[in-house]
Design a protein around this ligand. Structure first.
Ligand code: ADP
Ligand code: GLC
Length: 487
């Protein structure tokens, strides 16, 4: 049995802004099912949805900050979640990264540096918790200083740094190196320095014993200029210690046969019952109730990554087609406004819900016929997997995890029963439109459509296999773990 400290800035259902939370809420559970001892470390944000009163388990002073560590459980599990309680940084309205007005917290470097320092104290068993992990598993830039600081320790646990998205790197002014009191050895171009700025993500990429990302295809893509966001050289330099492990999904939370957010349950054998969810969705959003019209859904952060501009560019032609569109999302105000304008102009065709709404997300997965995910890049992506499990055919761009989890519906893949969606190559509105047309042709062939739905619903997206891969990875780095040579 390994002791694993899972360090993350969000974990569903306690706090979520995107897929990192889904992974942090479900991978530890899958590891625990493989009999591992996992503890999650999370900042004690004001917005956390905790059941009951967390227990104070330790008080420690780091960098002149008096920090408390509280313990709660990941809901519906016996996994301890340790909360870094420092009210001045975390007990504030807003989300983990932005204030209530949507502006990045001005002291994000300080907030997450403190979080990382506490992770190191726990990792080195200096937090009076009487527990020393074998593995510290860090996620995204918010945890990047952990492998860097750990590399300076003797007899340290092995570290894994998982990249969920190269587009977010945690870049701050160089002056923060001093104000954060970071050890001088880490400050050089082969360390935390990135074009005279301080880069948190480099702390993970340079110093972790192993770097993983959330799909095999993305692991290759980030070694190229198109996807590496300026760090492709470093990533390919470390390619011997870089791999891709595809995310799984939580099969209990995303199960059309028992989803508590749905009034009408179904499974692959009772696909006709999916229809009642479509009716419920149309009714709820004020669209004309029509069982035949193809309903296309989208649930997304409204940012450039997700190809929202491609959809907007296609809209004039889409609006000529006999379809309905349901959009749920929040993000860049320009995208929000453009979608709102279109929804106001075409209320009989477009239903838009701006904001974050978990219940509606489940109803869209169940009620839509087709799911749109034309991402420009997608490290893994979860909604295309949720969609397949709900028999909602995803249209995806062939990139990252979308390429690894969706099989395009072509004559041969339909024949061999692997077809589970539609994928297209080029990040252009023309290609997206063509893919949508191809999908609608299949939609109009009910028996083929049903076969594709059934293939999609029967795919195995469980965490088990991926959790086993993480476990193998932990074992391999533990055996070769040695203090990192200084950069
Ligand atoms: P990313 O992490 O890049 O946003 P993923 O596909 O990995 O993309 O995960 C997104 C997660 O966030 C999914 O669980 C999705 O259902 C959820 N989500 C995104 N936007 C919303 C929203 N507006 N309301 C509810 N859930 C949302
Ligand atoms: C990131 C990526 C997304 C991935 C998620 C969880 O937010 O954008 O593709 O699914 O992390 O790993």
């Amino acid at each position: 049995m390994k002791k694993i400290l899972f360090v993350t800035s969000e974990a569903h259902p306690l706090i979520k802004t995107g897929g990192l939370a889904d992974v942090s809420g479900s991978l530890p559970k899958a590891l625990a099912e493989l009999s591992q001892d996992v503890r999650i470390l999370l900042p004690n944000y004001q917005a956390l949805k905790i059941q009951g009163q967390p227990k104070l388990i330790s008080t420690l002073k780091v960098d002149n900050c008096q920090v408390e560590i509280l313990e709660t459980l990941l809901p519906d599990s016996s996994i301890p979640v340790w909360l870094v309680d420092y009210p001045e940084f975390f007990d504030l309205p807003g989300n983990p990264y932005n204030d209530a007005q949507g502006q990045a917290w001005p002291n994000n470097a300080q907030r997450f540096a403190l979080f990382c320092r506490i992770a190191v104290e726990i990792a080195m068993n200096r937090a009076q918790l009487d527990w020393q992990p074998d593995i510290v598993h860090c996620n995204d830039w918010q945890t990047g200083l952990v492998p860097a600081l750990l590399s300076l320790e003797k007899n340290r646990p092995a570290s894994v740094f998982t990249i969920h998205n190269m587009a977010y790197q945690g870049i701050f002014p160089a002056a923060d190196v001093i104000s954060l009191n970071l050890p001088g050895q880490l400050w050089n171009p082969d360390g935390l320095e990135f074009y005279d700025m301080l880069s948190f993500i480099k702390g993970g990429i340079v110093y972790a014993d192993h770097i993983s990302t959330v799909s095999p295809t993305y692991a290759l893509e980030i070694q190229t200029p198109e996807f590496g966001c300026g760090l492709e050289g470093l990533l390919s330099h470390r390619k011997a210690a870089l791999s891709g492990i595809i995310n799984g999904i939580d099969l209990e939370q995303w199960n059309p046969a028992s989803d508590p957010y749905l009034d009408h349950h179904y499974q692959s054998k009772t696909l006709a019952d999916k229809q009642a969810n479509k009716t419920a969705l149309q009714q709820q959003l004020g669209l004309p109730v029509d069982s035949n019209v193809p309903l296309l859904g989208l649930i997304s952060r409204l940012v450039a990554q997700k190809g929202i501009d491609l959809i907007l560019e296609c809209l004039p032609e889409l609006l000529e087609m006999p379809i309905q569109l349901v959009f749920l999302g929040a993000g860049d105000s320009a995208f929000e406004q453009q979608l709102q304008t279109q929804a106001d102009l075409h209320p009989e065709k477009i239903a838009l819900s701006l904001g974050y709404d978990e219940r509606l997300a489940h109803l869209i997965e169940a009620g839509a016929d087709i799911f749109l995910m034309p991402s420009r890049f997608e490290p893994c992506g979860l909604n295309q997997m949720y969609s397949q499990r709900y028999g909602t055919i995803p249209i995806v761009r062939k990139t990252g995890g979308l390429a690894d989890t969706v099989t395009d519906s072509l004559p041969h893949s339909i024949a061999d029963k692997t077809a589970s969606g539609i994928s297209f190559n080029e990040a252009g509105a023309g290609s997206l439109l063509e893919a949508i047309k191809r999908c609608l042709l299949l939609y109009n062939q009910p028996s083929t459509w049903k076969k594709i739905q059934t293939n999609a619903m029967r795919k195995d997206f469980s965490w088990r296999q991926s959790a086993e891969k993480y476990l193998q990875l932990y074992t391999s780095i533990q055996s070769e773990n040695k203090p990192h040579e200084s950069a």
